[in-house]
Design a protein around this ligand. Structure first.
Ligand SMILES: [Zn+2]
Length: 379
């Protein structure tokens, strides 16, 4: 494909000469910026008659990036969905609800397709508010909900909502679009009396490309279809199995927009120990977006770890600001204050000896959307 041939030629590599793993590791990474600068039609060899659709990523920097999806992608996604969702008990006869932004973004569509592939009924709501979801669960016998983790956990914040959640017919959540900490999973499962499964997808491939099984211990992925390298962002070399690094994706089917060593910017850890579920697929742990994490004494500290500490203590919104010689813990003044345990945990996590607490209102914490609210800032 001209897009990759040109990229490789500029790096002095002829794609036709790639014969070994050693050669493969010389192929330059593809970055999001490379995609922004090109049209989706430069990045596909799919005949226009075989294009299923053009979907975009969120456009967090203001400019949307479009990707070609073809019919081979839909078939491959169907294989992934059947493999993952049958194993967690999703089945024909169930009723799914998609509570996600639809528009031209791929996340909502993939959530819809997964219910369609499982031959389930489906209802769709692009309004991400607890009130909309409340109306749905009180009117319909929904069994499965695909949404963002914060949407699912928002029902713990109000007695009327949490009672409705307990009374509902919801059995499972398939969560995506954000990280899922153990503390948030516990909150969701207790609020709804349902199982909450993590999934990982990205618009450049499709969602979900990696999912949890019933043991909820790592995201399985189908390694015969996707090659995932875990790369050290400083040396740009593969890390040892089990160590954290940036996930780099190469897709191995006739994809509408094939990925060749695509630098996701997401931190993952790969592990290959057999899972109690008995399947042989490798597993990933999603640590978080590299740009949201901080490195302290050569260790990544992620918002997910921070969330685990504060949310376990009932603090639903908080931010930590790393100063030179102390940390400032900003928390929602409407909720509980951080006790000594939380403060000691955070000092250990961030390897600091001094911590100050600062209560703030919602505006001060920037609580206008459903984006992650456990933020690590460095001054
Ligand atoms: Zn498993």
């Amino acid at each position: 494909m001209p897009f990759y041939e040109k990229k490789c030629r500029e790096a002095g590599i002829e794609l036709n000469n790639i014969k070994s793993e050693e050669d493969f590791l010389k192929i330059p990474f593809t970055y999001k910026d490379d995609l922004r600068k090109t049209s989706p039609f430069e990045r596909t060899s799919t005949d226009k008659r075989h294009i299923f659709g053009l979907y975009s990523s969120n456009g967090t920097t203001g400019k949307k990036t479009f990707y070609v999806y073809n019919y081979a992608d839909r078939e491959k996604q169907a294989k992934f969905v059947r493999e993952y969702f049958s194993s967690i008990g999703m089945k024909k006869g169930g009723l799914g609800a998609v509570i996600a932004p639809i528009g031209s973004q791929v996340m909502g569509h993939c959530m819809m397709w997964q219910f369609e592939i499982m031959q389930m009924g489906m209802t769709i709501c692009s309004d991400l508010t607890p009130e909309s979801l409340l109306e749905i669960i009180e009117s319909l016998p929904v069994t499965d909900i695909a949404t963002l983790p914060r949407m699912a956990s928002s029902f713990s914040e109000n007695t009327e909502w949490s009672e409705a959640a307990k009374k509902s017919s919801v059995e499972r959540f398939v969560l995506g679009g954000d990280f899922l900490s153990d503390a948030r999973r516990k909150l969701i499962e207790e609020t709804w009396n349902a199982r909450a499964y993590n999934s990982y997808g990205m618009s450049e491939v499709f969602g979900p490309l990696a999912n949890e099984c019933i043991y909820q211990d790592g995201l399985h992925y189908i390694d015969e279809d996707i090659l995932i390298e875990i790369i050290d962002p400083e040396t740009f070399q593969p890390v040892k199995v089990g160590e954290p690094g940036i996930a780099v994706f190469t897709t191995l089917w006739e994809k509408g927009f094939p990925l060749l060593r695509y630098w996701s910017g997401e931190l993952f850890r790969k592990y290959t120990q057999p899972c109690p579920c008995g399947c042989n697929l490798p597993r990933l742990e999603h640590i978080g977006r590299a740009c949201d994490c901080v490195m302290i004494n050569k260790k990544y500290i992620s918002p997910k770890q921070f969330e685990n500490v504060v949310l376990s203590a009932g603090i639903k919104n908080a931010r930590v600001v790393l100063e030179n010689d102390f940390i400032e813990l900003q928390y929602d003044k409407m909720g509980p204050a951080p006790d000594n345990d939380v403060q000691e945990h955070l000092k250990a996590l961030f390897e600091m000896t001094s911590l100050v607490c600062r209560p703030l209102d919602h505006a001060g914490l920037g609580l206008e959307s459903l984006k992650p609210k456990y933020i690590i800032d460095r001054r």
